[in-house]
Design a protein around this ligand. Structure first.
Ligand SMILES: [Zn+2]
Length: 251
């Protein structure tokens, strides 16, 4: 059996240390051509953002969320950014063509030469189709699709347990990060409140919307291409499980 571990943070990601099971000596293998493209899917409240940061560090690739990419394009005043800003200023929705073009542009930047992680894209099947065409044009490999699977009821329980301090905005969770004194902010003693966003009906609605959007995308990639990970575990365990899936997919 072979175990692969990533090299230190600043080392080239294409270099893996493998332990020779017979001689118990580390061997250095070069996979200069390995480009890792990760797509991360998961329902609201599943801790996807945390996992994206972890994966970026572990595999030395940038984690690109579409929200951030959007803001960056608009701030930089690129043609795409200007176009998107003008559409949003009129209260319109930015179409797939613009989002697809932004992603294609972003992944052409030098920090993506060893790969990248996308969080929040593709958001529709047409975007997945367009993205696949972009990868093909650029001669890039198929993406590794990671699906963080968490039962709705668990997400609802977690999210409805969130409380916020109205004064300092600190966020608590009655299940995982409760305040020291019930219903009071540790920092200023203000009475904690549930946010409108965290009401069960609102959460159920967001989960329905997520399943309606994401189900067809995962189906489009196909069951054999989608790596489902139990996202209900503690964040460290989820991170470990994802890393194992990614490494297994790369072999
Ligand atoms: Zn407070």
């Amino acid at each position: 059996m072979r175990t692969a571990e990533s090299t230190p943070k600043n080392a080239n990601r294409s270099q893996f240390i493998t332990i020779d099971a017979v001689h118990r000596q580390p061997l250095v293998c070069k996979f200069a051509e390995v480009i890792l493209i990760l797509l991360l899917f998961g329902p609201p409240g599943c801790g996807k953002g945390t996992q994206a940061v972890f994966l970026a560090e572990r595999f030395h690739i940038p984690a690109i969320s579409t929200g951030e990419m959007f803001r960056a394009e608009c701030q930089a005043g690129t043609e795409l950014g200007k176009l998107a800003s003008s559409i949003m200023a009129k209260g319109g929705l930015v179409g797939d063509d613009i989002v697809d073009a932004m992603v294609a542009s972003r992944i052409s930047r030098p920090d993506c030469t060893a790969g990248f992680l996308l969080d929040g894209y593709p958001r529709t099947v047409p975007q997945a189709v367009a993205f696949s065409a972009v990868l093909q044009q650029k001669g890039l490999p198929n993406p590794t699709v990671i699906h963080l699977d968490v039962p709705d009821d668990l997400l609802v329980a977690r999210l409805t347990a969130r409380r916020q301090c109205p004064r300092c905005k600190r966020i608590y969770n009655l299940l995982s990060q409760p305040p020291k004194v019930a219903d009071q902010c540790d920092d200023d003693g203000a009475a904690l409140m549930a946010r409108e966003d965290d009401r069960e009906a609102v959460i159920r609605q967001r989960l329905r919307a997520y399943h309606e959007l994401t189900g067809p995308i995962l189906a489009w990639y196909g069951a054999s291409a989608v790596h489902s990970v139990d996202g209900g575990m503690a964040p460290g365990k989820v991170a470990q499980a994802i890393a194992l899936e990614v490494e297994a997919a790369g072999k």
